[in-house]
Design a protein around this ligand. Structure first.
Ligand code: NDP
Ligand code: MG
Length: 390
């Protein structure tokens, strides 16, 4: 039977790789719904190619986009804004939702999909960073399936015993023998450069990832290693572990996608070619072991990559702090991409936001409204921090 898929964030980099896979297996997958935001010409071309039943665009673009589709003889239904995304994410006609919107903008639809028990292929790590507990609770209560597309988490998942794959709380049972998780990081484009060189980096240099091409925000996050910080928080939620049970190691070749350390001293690693598509399966080159010259492992420099230190600090402090860190980082990255601040200012702004915005811990019953309220406060105050620098 064909699986009906909704791809939220279809116009992005993860959207590209996902749709390439779906297009290659038309008998297995039906592209049921798509969403885009700024790149509406690209979304239009995707509608021509896939003829989805439903499409979501920003509210202000609904009428124009619907007209355009109609004129081209495409009868997709067009919905708008956050409500449109939530509507698509919860549509009873779909089996699977690919959550590939970048940043906090992806949280409401991803959570909504969890709350109706969908199978979620999660790229939108920010949703877990902001609302890990709420998301995981929703997945459990509504029997949703949450499969991380992030190659590191996917790798760890594959290196864990089946019982833990099926129930993350089982990771605490000593019979499974899990001692630590190891997230590998490429180290980004500035691994071999000094802090001073990093300070002078242009946008083009910062977004040029050594091993793959991704959206602008995650590329900058890779350059500052905030990406690994966000992934650390993501891993704490996915695998139900405190941050001190998760180590980060720089592995510039990106061949080992991540590892699990067991209490008998053995490590299980998942290896593959550094191709983003391997984790969604199909079409990527097999790993040529004979062509590998050597694998390096380097301890991250937490002064140069302060964002990684801040992520640990925020995770220790609690959800209110991870929401602040995520929001501050989104604002700071956007300011860097706009040419307003330096790459190295991002960590400073994030740190200042964490220090300035001291909030009481969120209580057990905190829900998405509470989370979005903190996100809003943090964005507002971070805007001011950016303005001070510009
Ligand atoms: P891109 O920037 O390439 O794509 C982001 C997508 O989100 C686009 O479809 C974009 O629409 C949409 N979008 C942006 N802002 C909004 C908004 N306010 N409301 C609704 N939709 C919006 O990012 P990536 O594909 O690289 O990354 C997507 C997510 O996946 C991120 O969370 C990232 O961390 C994660 N990820 C990405 C990896 C990669 O290889 N790229 C690897 C692992 C995780 P439009 O383009 O039309 O404006
Ligand atoms: Mg990753």
């Amino acid at each position: 039977m064909t699986q009906r898929i909704a791809v939220l964030g279809a116009t992005g980099s993860i959207g590209d790789s996902t749709l390439a896979i779906l297009a290659a297996q038309p008998h297995t997958y039906e592209v049921y719904a798509l969403s885009g935001y700024h790149r509406l010409d690209k979304l239009f071309a995707l509608c021509q190619q896939f003829l989805p039943k439903r499409v979501s665009v920003p509210t202000s673009a609904v009428d124009d986009f619907a007209h355009r589709l109609k004129a081209a003889g495409i009868d997709s239904e067009v919905v708008g804004g956050e409500a449109g995304l939530v509507d698509i994410a919860t549509d009873s006609q779909t089996d699977t939702v690919v959550a590939a919107i970048v940043g906090a903008a992806g949280l409401p639809s991803t959570l909504a999909a969890a709350r109706v028990g969908k199978r979620i292929l999660l790229a939108n790590k920010e949703a877990l960073v902001m609302a890990g507990k709420v998301m995981i609770d929703a997945v459990k209560t509504h029997k949703a399936t949450l499969l991380p597309l992030d190659s590191e988490h996917n790798a760890i998942f594959q290196c864990l015993p089946l019982a833990i794959q099926q129930d993350n709380t089982q990771i605490h049972q000593s019979n499974h023998g899990v001692r630590k998780l190891w997230l590998t990081a490429s180290g980004g484009p500035f691994l071999q450069q000094s802090f001073e060189q990093m300070q002078q980096a242009s946008v083009a240099e910062a977004v040029k990832h050594p091993n793959w091409s991704m959206g602008q925000k995650i590329s900058v996050d890779s350059a500052t290693m905030m990406n690994k910080g966000l992934e650390l928080i993501e891993a704490c939620h996915l695998f139900d572990l405190p941050e001190d049970k998760i180590n980060v190691v720089i592995h510039p070749q990106s061949i080992i996608h991540s590892m699990v350390e067991y209490s008998d001293g053995s490590f299980l690693a998942q290896l593959g070619s550094p191709d983003m598509k391997t984790r969604i399966d199909s079409g990527s080159q097999p790993l040529d072991l004979f062509a590998l010259s050597g694998l390096e492992f380097i301890e991250p420099d937490l002064q140069k990559f302060a964002c990684l230190r801040l992520a640990r600090q925020a995770m220790q402090a609690g959800t209110q702090a991870t929401i602040v860190l995520n929001a501050a980082n989104e604002i700071a990255v956007a300011a860097f991409l706009d040419g307003k601040i330096r790459l190295t200012d991002i960590a400073d702004i994030n740190e200042q936001a964490l220090n300035d915005i001291q909030l009481p811990p969120l209580n057990e019953t905190a829900d998405i409204e509470d989370i979005l309220a903190i996100d809003k406060i943090a964005r507002h105050l971070t805007d001011k921090l950016v303005a001070k620098l510009t």
